[in-house]
Design a protein around this ligand. Structure first.
Ligand code: B1M
Length: 211
């Protein structure tokens, strides 16, 4: 995948203005928006994570990088969500309780919308009961759970158990994702599927809902 070096550097440095300028210039030059995400922004965030582990970056740098990526994504989001097609199913999505990481979840959410799903995004730090309550109220077909921390992924099980206790589990599928997750963890908590990126998430949701 081709990398837009300027955009990569801008996200890595947490330079919001430059990230937005680089993205706008690339889109004006008809560069594929998905390649900007996969080839430049996500690799930059991975490098930010590595520098954080090496203690070269600290939380302020993480925040600046996140702000730069979010601002650049704002320009791309409308291009991912343009669709006039009828809904393929209703998805309730959020980042689980205790977890503030929402960039990956936002990306997955935008891709779901772009693929023609009706999406209810609950944001981040969402308690298990809230997922269950909204799934019930809005007659959801699928609940999508995101977690980036090993300590917070545990609460995904509470959502699966909550759906079961509410008698919804037979008709509401559960899809999980986020860096510390795996298929074996999804199996362990009795989720229906795990996806490791936004494209795989759309594929998995489509398969689960027969869409
Ligand atoms: Co934090 N953070 N962070 N952080 N942060 C990580 C996750 C970490 C891996 C960094 C590291 O140490 N290398 C580490 C977690 C270690 C662990 O538990 N295994 C970590 C830590 C430790 C922390 C704090 C504890 C730091 C501290 O305070 N000491 C703290 C926790 C706060 C909290 O949540 N309670 C913290 C805080 C933050 C910020 C708030 C500063 C900021 C987030 C801002 C925001 O999101 N609004 C932040 C950031 C930016 C990161 C890194 C650098 C980047 C995350 C990101 O946005 N990636 C991250 C390191 C890394 O991931 N390399 C790190 C880009 C994004 C597009 O990818 O989110 O993986 P991702 O989403 C992907 C896939 O995972 C998948 O598709 C997406 C698109 O491909 N996916 C799904 C995600 N959700 C899905 C759902 C699906 C399907 C697929 O279906 C429903």
């Amino acid at each position: 995948m081709t990398q837009n070096r300027g955009l990569y550097e801008a996200v890595l440095r947490g330079d919001k203005n430059s990230a937005v300028d680089q993205t706008r210039a690339a889109l004006d030059a008809s560069v594929d928006p998905q390649s900007l995400i996969d080839g430049s922004m996500i690799p930059a965030m991975d490098e930010v994570g590595r520098l954080f582990e090496e203690e070269e970056y600290f939380v302020p740098e993480l925040l600046l990088a996140a702000r730069a990526m979010k601002s650049a994504l704002e320009l791309i989001r409308p291009l991912l969500t343009e669709t006039g097609a009828p809904s393929k199913g209703r998805i309730v999505i959020g980042t689980v309780q205790g977890d503030l990481h929402d960039i990956g979840k936002n990306l997955v959410s935008a891709m779901f919308e772009g693929a023609g799903f009706d999406v209810i995004d609950l944001g981040s730090d969402v308690p298990a009961e809230r997922f269950v309550e909204v799934a019930k109220e809005r007659d959801a077909d699928l609940v999508g759970l995101s977690a980036l921390l090993t300590v917070t992924m545990q609460s995904m099980k509470s959502v699966v158990d909550g759906l079961e206790a509410a008698g919804l589990r037979d008709r509401v599928k559960v899809l999980v994702g986020g860096a510390p997750l795996s298929t074996s963890y999804a199996d362990e908590i009795k989720a229906d599927a795990y996806a490791d990126n936004a494209t795989a998430a759309v594929r998995a949701a489509s398969e689960l809902l027969g869409a």
